[in-house]
Design a protein around this ligand. Structure first.
Ligand code: AMP
Ligand code: GLY
Length: 422
C-alpha cells in the first residue's frame, strides 16, 4: 500500500518509523516532513493547509491512505475535503474535530452528557466575564476557545491576572478565538489516555504522561511538551474502567447521536484526583511527544491497524504493546518556548545507536548539503525502551551526550513522577 503522512514533527517521524516496518507498505511520503522522515520516506514540501495542493500530491503518488498528524488541518476540514474526492483518510472530520478545535463545543458536550470536567463559563462579553471571575475561587483557569498552539491556557493566581488574560483573549490575542472559557482549577496528577476509534468500536491505544513545563521539577512556562513516558504508572485497571465508562464511551455516543462519526486517534488529557478522572481537554490526534513513546511500545503493525480503522473493522484486530517502559526526551533550541535560535548546525547525530530500543525522532530539523540544522523550538526526540523508566532515562541521557549541539537544551528529569513511584 502507499501511504502519505501529513506533518513535520517528532510525532510524524515516529508514525513513519512504525509504518516503515510494515511488510504491506510499498510507498511512504511525508508532507512536508523533516530531516528524519527524509531518511525513510519521500518528503514533499507543501503547506498542509493548502488542500488542493495536498490532493494533487496524493493523486500523483497513488496514495491509498492519508494519515493526518497535526490538529490544524483536521480542524480546518482536510478529512471532509479528501473524503469528498474519494480519498481514504485516517483522522476525524471537521465536525468531530471540534472536540479539540472549540473548547466551548467540548465543554458543552461534557455538560450535556454528564462527563466529569471542571466547572466553567463561556463568555464573549468582557463585563459578563469579569463579573463571573469575581465570584470564583483563585486559582482560576482562563482559556481561549479555539486552537492556540498550547499557548491559550493560563492558570491565574489573582483576579487581576485573570482579568488581563480574559481581556487579551476577547480583544483578539488568538485569531482562532472570539470567546473565553473560565474554568475551575482542578488538583491532581495529569494522565494522557489514548484510544483509536472507528465507526463501530474503539480500542485502547496506550497511556502516557508528559511534561508541559519547560523547567526541571515541572516549573516555568508551558511548552508543547518537553518529554514523555509510557505506560503511565498512574493508570490502574479500576481507573481505566472509569475513564472508559465516564468519559470515552459517552463522548463517542454523543458524536454518534448527533449523526456524525469519529475515525482516528482520540487523546483524552485527564486530571486524576483521588482515583477519579476529570477531562481537561480532548485532542483529536496523537500527542507529541507522547506518540514517540507509544510507537516504541507498539508491537502490532501500525499499517494494519490504520487499514482496519479505515474499513471500520477495528473489532477484528488485536493491538499488542510491549510491557517495557519508554521515555522520550525533547532536545530544544535555546530560548524555547520564547524566541529561539534557528538554523544552527547539529553535529554527531549519527553517533547515536539506532535499534528497536533506541530511536531518535526528528522534529524541527532540515538537511542541507549533507548537514543537519535546527528549524524549530523542539528539535530532536531521543527515545528509549527499557526494563524500567529509570534505565530508559539513563539511556536517553547517555545518547544525548553524544550529540554535539551547544545551542540546545533538555530536561534531565523526564519521568520523575513515574520513577519516584517505583
Ligand atoms: P489544555 O490546553 O486545556 O490541555 O491546558 C493545558 C494545560 O493547562 C493542561 O495540560 C493542564 O496542565 C493545565 N490545565 C488546563 N485546565 C486546567 C484545569 N481546569 N485545572 C488545572 N489545570 C488545568
Ligand atoms: N503533548 C501534548 C500534546 O500533544 O498536545
Amino acid at each position: 500500500m502507499n501511504l502519505a503522512v501529513i506533518g513535520s514533527g517528532g510525532r510524524e517521524h515516529a508514525i513513519c518509523y512504525k509504518l516503515k516496518q510494515s511488510p504491506k507498505l510499498k510507498k511512504l511520503i511525508c508532507i512536508p516532513g523533516n530531516a528524519g522522515t527524509q531518511e525513510i520516506a519521500i518528503n514533499i514540501k507543501e503547506n498542509v493547509l493548502n488542500f488542493e495542493a495536498i490532493y494533487k500530491i496524493i493523486k500523483k503518488h497513488n496514495i491509498d491512505i492519508v494519515v493526518i498528524g497535526p490538529e490544524q488541518p483536521l480542524v480546518d476540514g482536510l478529512v471532509d475535503y479528501l473524503n469528498k474526492k474519494k480519498v481514504d483518510v485516517f483522522g476525524p472530520n471537521k465536525f468531530s474535530s471540534q472536540l479539540e478545535g472549540s473548547k466551548e463545543f467540548m465543554k458543552n458536550l461534557c455538560k450535556k452528557n454528564n462527563i466529569p470536567t471542571a466547572n466553567y463559563g463561556v463568555f464573549d462579553n468582557l463585563n459578563e466575564a469579569l463579573n463571573f471571575i469575581k465570584k470564583q475561587k483563585i486559582p482560576i483557569v482562563v482559556k481561549a476557545d479555539g486552537l492556540a498552539s498550547g499557548k491559550g491556557v493560563t492558570i491565574c493566581y489573582s483576579i487581576e491576572e485573570a482579568f488581563k488574560n480574559t481581556k487579551d483573549i476577547l480583544e483578539g490575542k488568538f485569531k482562532s478565538s472570539k470567546k473565553v472559557i473560565l474554568e475551575e482549577f482542578l488538583e491532581g496528577e495529569e494522565l494522557s489516555y489514548f484510544v483509536i476509534v472507528d465507526e463501530n468500536s474503539y480500542y485502547f491505544f496506550g497511556s502516557a504522561q508528559d511534561h508541559k513545563k519547560v523547567g526541571e521539577g515541572d516549573t516555568g512556562p508551558n511548552t508543547g511538551g518537553m518529554g514523555a513516558y509510557s505506560p503511565a504508572p498512574l493508570l490502574t485497571n479500576e481507573l481505566e474502567k472509569k475513564i472508559k465508562e465516564k468519559i470515552i464511551e459517552p463522548t463517542i455516543k454523543a458524536i454518534k447521536k448527533s449523526g456524525n462519526s469519529y475515525k482516528g486517534f482520540l487523546y483524552a488529557g485527564l486530571m486524576i484526583n483521588k482515583n477519579e478522572p476529570y477531562l481537561i481537554e480532548y485532542n483529536i490526534r496523537m500527542g507529541d511527544p507522547e506518540c514517540q513513546v507509544l510507537m516504541m511500545r507498539l508491537e502490532t503493525d501500525l499499517l494494519e491497524i490504520i487499514d482496519h480503522t479505515i474499513k471500520n473493522d477495528l473489532n477484528n484486530i488485536k493491538i499488542k504493546w510491549s510491557k517495557k517502559n519508554s521515555i522520550t526526551i525533547v532536545l530544544c533550541a535555546k530560548g524555547y518556548p520564547f524566541e529561539y535560535i534557528k538554523n544552527s548546525e547539529i553535529k554527531n547525530i549519527s553517533n547515536i545507536n539506532l535499534d528497536k530500543n533506541n530511536q531518535i525522532f526528528h522534529a524541527g530539523t532540515y538537511k542541507k548539503n549533507g548537514k543537519i540544522y535546527s528549524s524549530g523550538g523542539r528539535v530532536l526526540n531521543i527515545t528509549s525502551l527499557a526494563e524500567n523508566l529509570s534505565i530508559a532515562r539513563d539511556k536517553c541521557i547517555k545518547e544525548i551526550k553524544k550529540i554535539n549541539w551547544t545551542d540546545g537544551f533538555f530536561r534531565k528529569d523526564i519521568g520523575w513522577r513515574g520513577i519516584n513511584k517505583k
